[in-house]
Design a protein around this ligand. Structure first.
Ligand code: HEC
Length: 309
C-alpha cells in the first residue's frame, strides 16, 4: 500500500540525521578489549588486543582513533550502512554482518569467528552504542577461538556495559564453546562489506539517529530538534500503516500496529513540546517516547524469534 513511502522517508531521515556537517565529531565509546586481557579490571589504560568491541566509528576523529589502536579490520554487527569510504581512506577493511538484539545463531556465530580468525588483526567489532550486540559478538568470538574463558568474557561484557535486559545476547554467550578449525572452515569464506538491511531495520536506524540528534547536546535549535521528532513520528506512523495491511491475518501484527501508533503519538507530543519552546515537559516527553520504544522492543525485538536476516 505505502511500501514506497518507507524507503523514501528513511533516505530523507538519514540524509538529515547523519550527513550533517555541523554534527559534533564523534569519538569511540565503550572500547573494550576481548583478548590479551590478564586483568579484566585493568580498564582505563589501553591494552593491545587482537579484538576490541565498541561504538560505531563516525567521522575522521573516530577512524584516527582506530588507527591509533592499530585496527586493520572493522566488523559491524549493526543494522546501519557502514562508512566504507572512511574505512578505505584509513586503509581498513570493513565487514558488515548485522545481528539482532535477540542474540546470534550458530551459523552467524561461526561466520563472525571466521572473519576474526582469517582477517588482519586487530579487529574492531562494533554495533551502534558498542555496549550490547558488539560486546555479545566479541565475547562469542573470543570464547570460540579459545582466547577467553566464559568468566573472562562475561567480565569484559560488564566493562562494555551490556544490559541484563538482553537475555538472548547473554544466552548466546553462555552457549558459545571453543570451535575446531574444521567447524570454522565450514563457515563461508566470503565476507560482505555491506549487507542490505531490511526496511524495518533501516527505519529503526533512522529513528535512532534522529533521537540521538535530539538528545545529544551539540548546540541545535529547538526547531531543528522538533523537526527530528517529526521525522520519528512520520516513520513510526508509516510502519504502523504497513502493519495494518497484515492486521487481519495476525493478532501479533495488530499488537505491533498499536505499539507503533502509541510510539508515534509520543513522538508527536515531543515534537509539539519542542516547538512550544521545550520547558518543563521536555524531560517527560523524551522519557515517554523512549519507554514506548522499549515497550515494543521487549516483545518484538529482544526475545528470540524467527528472524528474517
Ligand atoms: C512497535 C514496535 C517498535 C517500536 C515502537 C520501536 N521499535 Fe525499534 N525495533 C523494533 C523491531 C521489531 C526491531 C528489530 C528489527 C530486526 O532486527 O529485524 C527494532 C530494532 C531497533 C533498533 C536496532 C537496529 C539495528 O541496528 O538492527 C534500534 C536502534 C531501534 N529499534 C530503535 C528504536 C527507537 C529509538 C524507537 C522509539 C523512538 C523504536 N525503535 C520504536 C520494533 C519497534
Amino acid at each position: 500500500m505505502s511500501a514506497w513511502r518507507l524507503p523514501i522517508l528513511v533516505a530523507l531521515a538519514l540524509a538529515v540525521g547523519c550527513g550533517n556537517a555541523t554534527q559534533a565529531p564523534s569519538v569511540l565509546k565503550h572500547v573494550v578489549p576481548y583478548e590479551g586481557v590478564s586483568e579484566p579490571s585493568a580498564g582505563s589504560k589501553p591494552i593491545f588486543s587482537k579484538l576490541y568491541s565498541g561504538s560505531a566509528p563516525v567521522g575522521d576523529a573516530a577512524f584516527e582513533q582506530l588507527k591509533q589502536l592499530g585496527v586493520q579490520t572493522v566488523l559491524s554487527v549493526d543494522g546501519a550502512i557502514p562508512d566504507l569510504e572512511s574505512a578505505t581512506a584509513h586503509g581498513m577493511r570493513y565487514v558488515h554482518l548485522p545481528i539482532g538484539y535477540d542474540g546470534l545463531d550458530e551459523e552467524r556465530a561461526a561466520l563472525l569467528v571466521r572473519v576474526v580468525r582469517d582477517l588482519p588483526k586487530p579487529v574492531y567489532l562494533h554495533c551502534h552504542h558498542g555496549q550490547h550486540r558488539s560486546a555479545c559478538a566479541a565475547a562469542v568470538v573470543a570464547i570460540s577461538l579459545g582466547w577467553l574463558t566464559h568468566e573472562a568474557a562475561v567480565a569484559q561484557m560488564n566493562l562494555s556495559g551490556t544490559s541484563a535486559a538482553y537475555q538472548g545476547l547473554w544466552e548466546s554467550v553462555a552457549r558459545a564453546e571453543v570451535l575446531t578449525e574444521e567447524a570454522i572452515d565450514a563457515a563461508p569464506s566470503e565476507f560482505p562489506s555491506l549487507t542490505q538491511p531490511l526496511p524495518l531495520v533501516s527505519a529503526m536506524v533512522a529513528i535512532d539517529a534522529a533521537l540521538d540528534q535530539i538528545t545529544s547536546s551539540s548546540g541545535k535549535t529547538l526547531a531543528q530538534s522538533a523537526a527530528h521528532a517529526g521525522t520519528i513520528a512520520d516513520l513510526l506512523r508509516v510502519l504502523g500503516e504497513e502493519e495494518r495491511a497484515h492486521t487481519r491475518l495476525s493478532p501479533q501484527s495488530q499488537t505491533m500496529r498499536i505499539l507503533f501508533e502509541e510510539s508515534a503519538a509520543a513522538a508527536t507530543t515531543l515534537e509539539q513540546t519542542l516547538a512550544a519552546g521545550g520547558g518543563a515537559g521536555l524531560g517527560r516527553a523524551i522519557s515517554a517516547l523512549k519507554s514506548s520504544c522499549t515497550k515494543c522492543h521487549a516483545v518484538f525485538r529482544d526475545e528470540r524469534r524467527i528472524s528474517a536476516r
